[in-house]
Design a protein around this ligand. Structure first.
Ligand code: URA
Length: 435
């Protein structure tokens, strides 16, 4: 088999066979097929597309390019979630303890963040001593004992995707549905869960800018998930503004704790209820969305969800006292307010720009080597549709020093657009796509 022939085949709109796709992924991962040939193939796939059988084969070949986590030592139904990424997205910190408190098994592999703010692991490391460097045995034992564990991605998880994603990033081939679906689903399939729920964002802060594009991606993701034998659902959610109020690592953990304590009822809780309901119904733990929501709300009301977070933090070496006393979490030495220079109604919040403010304060990484400062970030006080008076605070800036706080105030003000007219809030959950 020759890669040149496969490129020409796809260029001419033909369908690649299972063997051809397996050959291509195996030899590319092994370094036998060079980047320039794979770039041409990615562009051919972007322009010509792939049918479901091809996408499934590509996904499976990529998943098998590295370690496949076998979760069979864990008893019960294992669930996982994936988000296409967003600013202030601390969903896993709330959702995972909530569904674990309802009896589902959360065996989650998470990553660190690059850009904006940290990933779930960076956020959890705000708890002093918390470690995600678990062996497989510890991971299984923790999930069996506590119903929940979050571990760092193993180095050899889908190596084909690591190479391919880097290549796509510099060859204009990121926005191809078959390539996005195989990239996301290969990682989910190699992580071994029975139920996968996907949070597909659309809007300013996400890479699917329109609802139609997000829906197309969501339908393809769930179809491939089901063809691979998984229970799979997707939710299309709004990312026209940051999720919740906090952006920054320890600040996001504090907000997650507030939601788990039942102290905050906003969009973050709403999203976790929607995602959690999908998990519970897909897993057969609830017959309807309403029943699932009741179970999740009860997990919060009873304190069980908060206790699950504390159990997980303790089991992974962290200071679980901070779950009940969040003031023990790292605090920034400088806190100042970004005051509005005019009155109006918030008509736009540039979510990505808010993420950048947090990153500049030290809450995110520009390069893999950067060290995250868990203390810093932004707490928004105003969201879309909120009225603002002149001189009122738009957001609090949590900074390591006065100079970075001053810069952040200016940047943060520029993230907001105010209007003289009334502005309606967009619905957070745009659509739910089930099997
Ligand atoms: N997220 C991924 O993991 N892969 C993509 O291709 C796009 C988003």
């Amino acid at each position: 088999m020759r890669m040149t022939d496969l490129i020409a085949k796809k260029r001419d709109g033909q369908v690649l066979s299972t063997e051809e796709i397996q050959f291509m992924i195996r030899d590319y991962t092994a370094g036998i097929i060079p980047d320039y040939q794979m770039s041409a193939m990615c562009m051919a796939i972007l322009l010509r597309g792939m049918d479901d059988r091809e996408v499934l084969d590509l996904t499976m070949a990529m998943a098998h390019s590295g370690d496949m986590l076998d979760l069979s030592p864990i008893h019960g139904i294992k669930v996982d979630k994936h988000s296409t990424g967003g600013v202030g997205d601390k969903t896993s910190l709330v959702l995972c303890p909530m569904v674990a408190a309802c009896g589902l098994k959360v065996a989650k592999m998470s990553g660190r963040g690059l850009g904006h703010t940290g990933g779930t692991i960076d956020k959890l490391e705000s708890f002093s001593g918390f470690s995600t460097a678990l062996t497989e045995e510890q991971f299984f034992e923790n999930v069996n004992r506590h119903g929940i564990a979050i571990m760092g991605q193993t180095a050899n998880l889908v190596p084909a995707d690591k190479k391919l994603y880097t290549l796509r990033d510099v060859t204009g081939t990121v926005p191809s549905i078959p390539l996005i679906v195989s990239s996301i689903m290969s990682k989910k399939l190699s992580s071994g869960a029975d139920v996968i729920v996907l949070d597909v964002k659309c809007g300013d802060g996400s890479f699917m800018k329109t609802e139609a594009d997000a829906e197309e991606l969501a339908r393809n993701l769930t179809r491939i998930g089901r063809l691979a034998g998984k229970k799979c659902a997707a939710i299309i959610t709004d990312m026209d503004q940051p999720l919740g109020y906090a952006v920054g690592n320890a600040l996001e953990v504090k907000e997650a704790i507030a939601v788990l304590k039942g102290e905050e009822e906003g969009d973050l809780l709403q999203l976790c209820l929607a995602l959690g309901s999908c998990m519970l119904t897909e897993a057969g733990f609830a017959a309807t969305t309403e029943e699932a929501e009741q179970l999740l709300r009860e997990a919060v009301r009873s304190g069980k969800a908060l206790d699950k977070l504390a159990e997980m933090v303790a089991a992974q070496g962290g200071d679980s006292a901070a779950v009940y006393q969040p003031e023990l979490l790292p605090q920034a030495p400088v806190v100042c307010e970004a005051l509005s220079e005019r009155a109006g109604t918030v008509s736009r919040i540039h979510a990505e720009a808010v993420g950048l403010v947090s990153m500049k304060l030290g809450g995110g990484r520009a390069t893999k080597e950067d060290v995250i400062d868990p203390r810093v970030g932004v707490i928004l006080h105003k969201k879309l549709g909120d009225a603002v008076r002149e001189g009122e605070s738009l957001a609090s800036i949590h900074a390591a020093d006065e100079a970075s706080a001053r810069d952040a105030v200016q940047m943060l003000r520029e993230c907001y657009e105010l209007s003289d007219k009334a502005v309606s809030r967009p619905p957070l959950v745009r659509k739910i796509i089930r099997g």
